[in-house]
Design a protein around this ligand. Structure first.
Ligand code: SAH
Ligand code: SF4
Ligand code: F3S
Length: 470
């Protein structure tokens, strides 16, 4: 049994991380024959993509994907630890699987970021005897071997590494979309914002080698993918840990020159956003004019307590620089309210930045203390009800600007990558603009998987309606 340890996870070594190739042992290639699996994914795009990898690994063992948890022989919960409510959702689900296990035989595993937290693993092992397997974010590629261990063991298998190992290349992926693909460019995060659990659950920053990223993008292009999103917790810091003179601006340029029609990247920390990057984004038409630029707070005092390493002023300067060089850019953000020590004046500063930046949209959160992070121990005197009030006020403002940003699209013709049928109305198709606006469009299904011009006919806060432009 290998249990997680947050203190160990904080230790950073400077050596370059080795690279290994994924390989499934031959004797496991029929292990899952005749069985179905079901993976429930929580959290961010990293987790979404990790689940795509796990699905492909399981299918290379002979498993097939089931439509529901109830019919599966193997259930995996790929968990997120970012806020308390993410935890609660998973614990609710564990209860459901427990009931299910009383009626049928099923292998039940928990992986992802919650599995990296010792308090969580202790609780799971103590209270939930229904769990057969717990593994973390550093050994996802060992899933086939771990499942074999589960079969051969009476006790649950717990293998969570606190220190990251090699970067594993060539892990297969069963991608959710035939047109859009996630491409990891780096793993982990070294920023240690004081509220955030990610540097502990995902380990130190490890950039993939440029040639491996470019090879993956080339393969995707050959397979007909139209869009890639370069993924990392802090993509602007890409390459800093590689012993070579190569950075995010270089990578964006090299990916753009491969000619894949749409390139996106998430997430950009304002601190590492260089002029060189802005110039590359402005220059290449296939790098989408969409930037997620988390603010977190508009108060320089709170930003300092958060360890964000920028101020209100330097953030605004960067924001305006981006808007000047990329005038059509849509910019979105993340904001936390109720961070320890946030006064009414600090909150007003956040509203002030929102009024200035008029974001296209924003994800907003109430601060959630995470065990083991510095902010957990900071003195927090603001009542939760007051935090909820701040969130509501912020959301009202964010929504106002989101609608205003969308209003500009009315009667305009915009390029949309059509992904499939609209969820709310199956006679319509849905897709996203270059600026990441959700569009429901009247168009022939033959347009699915194409980038088409759509005329916007109606605008709402979170989506737009349109029709194919003739
Ligand atoms: N790497 C990204 C953030 C990933 S987490 C970045 O630095 O921008 C996504 C968002 O969750 C963060 O931007 C932050 O707004 C929010 N978040 C992270 N930890 C949180 C916490 N403890 N409480 C509330 N919100 C949190
Ligand atoms: Fe968390 Fe900060 Fe790293 Fe983002 S940059 S993942 S908020 S520590
Ligand atoms: Fe959650 Fe882990 Fe992503 S904590 S937000 S799944 S990196």
């Amino acid at each position: 049994m290998q249990l997680p340890n947050l203190k160990e996870a904080k230790k950073r070594t400077r050596e370059e991380v080795p690279v290994e190739e994924y390989k499934i042992p031959d004797h496991l290639k029929t292990f899952g024959k005749g069985k179905t699996y079901f993976i429930k994914t929580y959290g961010c795009q990293m987790n979404e993509h990790d689940s795509e990898n796990m699905k492909a690994m399981l299918e290379s063992m002979g498993y097939i994907e089931g439509d529901s948890m109830e019919q599966a022989d193997l259930i995996l919960l790929n968990t997120c630890a970012i806020r308390e409510n993410a935890h609660n959702k998973v614990f609710g689900m564990v209860g459901r699987v427990k009931h299910l296990k009383e009626t049928k035989e099923v292998v039940f595993g928990i992986c992802g970021c919650m599995a990296q937290e010792e308090v969580v693993v202790e609780e799971l092992l103590k209270k939930h005897k229904c769990i057969d397997l717990i593994f973390g974010t550093h050994n996802i590629h060992e899933l086939p071997i771990l499942l074999e261990k589960v079969r051969n063991s009476e006790k649950p298998i717990v293998e969570v590494k606190s220190i990251e190992g090699a970067i594993v290349e060539n892990v297969p992926a069963k991608r959710d979309s035939n047109y859009k693909a996630w491409v990891n460019i780096m793993y982990g995060c070294d920023k240690f914002c004081t509220y955030c659990i990610v540097p502990y659950t995902r380990g130190k920053q490890r950039s993939r080698k440029p040639e491996n990223i470019l090879k993956e993008v080339r393969d995707l292009k050959q397979k007909g993918y139209l869009e890639v999103t370069l993924l990392g917790q802090n993509v602007n810091a890409y390459g800093k840990d590689l012993n070579m003179d190569y950075n995010m601006a270089n990578l964006l340029k090299d990916v753009a020159e491969m000619g894949i029609p749409r390139i996106r990247f998430v997430t950009s920390h304002p601190w590492d956003f260089t002029d060189e990057m802005i110039d590359v984004i402005a220059k290449y038409e296939n790098i989408m004019p969409y930037i997620h630029l988390p603010l977190q707070s508009g108060s320089s005092k709170i930003l300092k307590l958060m360890g964000r390493r920028y101020t209100k002023e330097s953030y605004l300067e960067l924001f305006h620089k981006i808007k000047t060089k990329i005038p059509n850019a849509s910019i979105t953000t993340d904001i936390i309210v109720g961070f320890p020590g946030e006064t009414e004046e600090d909150f007003e500063e956040t509203l002030d930045v929102v009024r200035t930046c008029q974001y296209d949209s924003a994800f907003t959160f109430i601060f959630s203390p995470r065990k083991g992070t510095p902010a957990e121990k900071m003195k927090d005197e603001v009542h939760y009800r007051e935090k909820e009030r701040r969130l509501q006020e912020l959301n009202a403002l964010v929504n106002e600007y989101a609608k205003k940003a969308n209003d500009k699209y009315l009667n305009k013709i915009v390029p949309v990558l059509v992904e499939g049928y609209s969820e709310k109305d199956s006679s319509m198709l849905m897709g996203y603009t270059d600026t990441m606006k959700l569009v429901n469009a009247k168009a022939d299904p033959s347009n699915i998987g194409k980038i088409i011009d759509v005329k916007i006919t109606d605008v709402k806060t979170w989506s737009m309606d349109g029709e194919i432009s003739k």
